[in-house]
Design a protein around this ligand. Structure first.
Ligand SMILES: N[C@@H]1[C@@H](O)[C@H](O)[C@@H](COP(=O)(O)O)O[C@@H]1O
Length: 276
């Protein structure tokens, strides 16, 4: 057990970390969080503000590595980026991307695969080079190979400059589900019933929702130089409060972001309704 009473990245905190077998498993803390919160009026405004953060990154560092996310929340952000690509010549020709996650077992042609999603919403509409876009290979049945290969890709591109994240209803980021520990590297997850239910809306039935996924691990996300979290809607208000103002615990995986030195949360009024 490590007891720390001091400051991390300039933030004051008191915390008790339990490290078991080399993994950060439980962490209870009094929080002195200074997450940079950007308040947006509504979903449209959130999307515009999030797209501004991403486009600034691309302009400042044209060959940046963007960590990208799926889910319904970032769709408006991608629409804005496409608009600015078309209207303002925002240039993605040198950008490299690594996505957070992919369902295990879906083909790339399946319109619910994240490969399909990213091509549909972003890659096919901007000038990013196909060979510069990366996702875990959901068609690889050998989980160790799929995950190991993906970690090599992330290492080869030199890590992530800006990681975009949505927030699951249970606090998951990528597909890092509530657990007893934070898993550092890319791994295969059994999706929780609540995640399968939440994602069922995109599939014909519960049975068709994949039950496993490959996801980037928490260390990789935490090593991103900047993290941008997008959240919209009242149904996320409670989890926003838990994640950013509650104890840091692997039961709410996003809570680990409280220890990241450069997090921006762009959320609309509804999602921030429980935050003063
Ligand atoms: N793996 C993705 C997450 O990366 C995403 O953040 C989450 C929330 O999705 P939504 O934005 O649709 O609420 O959905 C999926 O589970």
């Amino acid at each position: 057990m490590i007891y720390t009473n001091g400051s991390v990245y300039g933030r004051t905190f008191e915390q008790i970390l339990h490290v078991q077998n080399g993994v950060l498993s439980v962490c209870s803390t009094r929080i002195g969080v200074e997450v940079n919160i950007v308040r947006a009026k509504d979903y449209k405004d959130m999307s515009k503000k999030a797209a501004s953060v991403i486009s600034s990154q691309v302009i400042m560092k044209p060959n940046c590595v963007l960590g990208l996310a799926t889910g319904s929340t970032p769709i408006g952000t991608y629409e804005k980026l496409v608009e600015w690509y078309n209207g303002d010549n925002l240039d993605f020709s040198k950008v490299v991307s690594v996505n957070l996650d992919e369902y295990k077992g879906l083909t790339r042609e399946n319109d619910q695969s994240y490969y399909y999603f990213m091509n549909d919403h972003l890659f096919s509409k901007i000038n990013i080079k196909k060979e510069n876009t990366h996702l875990p290979d959901g068609t690889e049945p050998d989980a160790n190979k799929a995950c190991g290969d993906y970690d090599k890709v992330i290492e080869a591109v030199g890590g992530i400059d800006l990681q975009l994240l949505g927030l699951g209803h249970n606090g998951h980021i990528g597909f890092n589900e509530p657990a007893e520990e934070f898993i550092p590297d890319t791994h295969c997850v059994d999706l929780t019933a609540s995640t399968i239910e939440a994602n069922q809306r995109f599939f014909a039935s519960y049975d068709e929702v994949p039950k496993q996924a490959y996801t980037m691990g928490i260390r990789t996300i935490m090593l991103a130089k900047k993290v941008l979290v997008v959240v919209s809607g009242e149904e996320k208000a409670a989890i926003v409060k838990d994640a950013f103002f509650g104890p840091i615990t692997p039961k709410v995986q996003a809570s680990v972001l409280q220890l990241h030195p450069n997090v921006t949360l762009v959320a609309d009024e509804a999602a921030l309704s429980l935050i003063k």
